[in-house]
Design a protein around this ligand. Structure first.
Ligand code: SF4
Length: 296
């Protein structure tokens, strides 16, 4: 949900679970912008943090338009957790004061920025009203994380995840199936299971690797250095992931890239999810979407 007339620079990038949230752009671009699989901000704009006063003004304008219709608020763009804690806390507090029925405030946050803040600052943000963070775990395998230039190690991902949970902020961890390619599929899933089991996040959200135009990883595919998994190979990854997870998390496949919609609460719905995967594994590979190069 966007209010006409508010400023927005660069591509609008938000998780599907924030589809009905009010979007107020607190940062422009991504301060990291090096992940080899991501095209979102490769052409800019350059990262910058918008002034708190501008954000407050946009909150007021939005309140005049939408008032008590705003239940959830998302502060794009990539990595708004990088905003200095005092400023982000002020934005959250002001939003809570201004929207009478606001129930949730969310940002994207890479683990490296969360670790940098530390537990005390994360608690400060939780007290100010920041209630959910979407973290791109992508993989729990250090080799894969390094190859895709994620900028965080598995140990940092665990530290950031545990810190977020301890601060009392809801945590969504995003996993990219197939990100290790054929050469690293086993390690990719084993590492991811290991990291997620240590964090025990509220949500685990699955995406399937899809090459995007003008990304460094597309060049690796073209040169044969990276081999994309087939639909069945991806489904075997889903199976191994669901089987290995020892968490109390909700799993969702809320993304267009996935071959099958696996979702449910762990551990209670594990068998139901595995049955969905097994059913899909009986289908011929030709019945799934074909591999293509994404443009957005
Ligand atoms: S995946 Fe996230 S952290 Fe990596 S470049 Fe894209 S927006 Fe930035």
């Amino acid at each position: 949900m966007q209010v006409p007339g508010l400023k927005y620079e660069g591509p609008v990038y938000r998780p599907p679970s924030e589809a009905s949230s009010l979007l107020i752009q607190a940062t422009v671009g991504c301060p990291w912008n090096r992940c080899t699989f991501c095209m979102v901000y490769k052409k800019g704009p350059k990262f910058r943090i918008r002034p708190v006063e501008e954000i407050k003004m946009e909150i007021e304008i939005s309140a005049a338009f939408l008032g008590d219709r705003v239940r959830t608020l998302f502060f794009p763009s990539g990595n708004s957790i990088a905003i200095p804690t005092r400023e982000l806390a002020e934005m959250c507090r002001f939003a809570l004061e201004t929207f009478p029925r606001l129930e949730r405030i969310t940002v994207y946050g890479s683990s490296r920025f969360i670790v940098k803040k530390g537990l005390e600052e994360m608690k400060e943000l939780a007290d100010a009203g920041l209630s959910r963070i979407h973290v791109g775990l992508e993989s729990g395998d250090d080799v894969v994380l390094d190859r895709v230039r994620k900028g965080s190690t598995a140990a940092e991902q665990v530290e950031a995840g545990k810190m977020t949970m301890e601060a009392g902020i809801e945590l969504s961890e995003y996993v990219v199936l197939g990100l290790g390619g054929k050469g690293r599929t086993r390690e990719h899933i084993a590492g991811t299971v290991n990291v997620l089991n240590q964090i025990n996040p509220d949500f685990i959200r699955l995406r399937t690797f899809l090459p995007k135009v003008k990304t460094p990883i597309l060049k690796e595919i073209e040169s044969g250095e990276f081999e994309v998994l087939s639909p069945h190979e991806v489904l075997y990854e889903v199976r191994a992931l669901i089987e290995g997870l020892d968490v109390a998390s909700r799993v969702t496949s809320d993304h267009y890239t996935n071959y099958v919609g696996v979702g449910g609460q762990l551990p209670d719905e594990r068998d139901k999810m595995l049955a969905v995967v097994d059913e899909a594994l009986v289908r011929p590979e030709s019945s799934f979407r074909s591999l293509y190069v994404g443009t957005e």
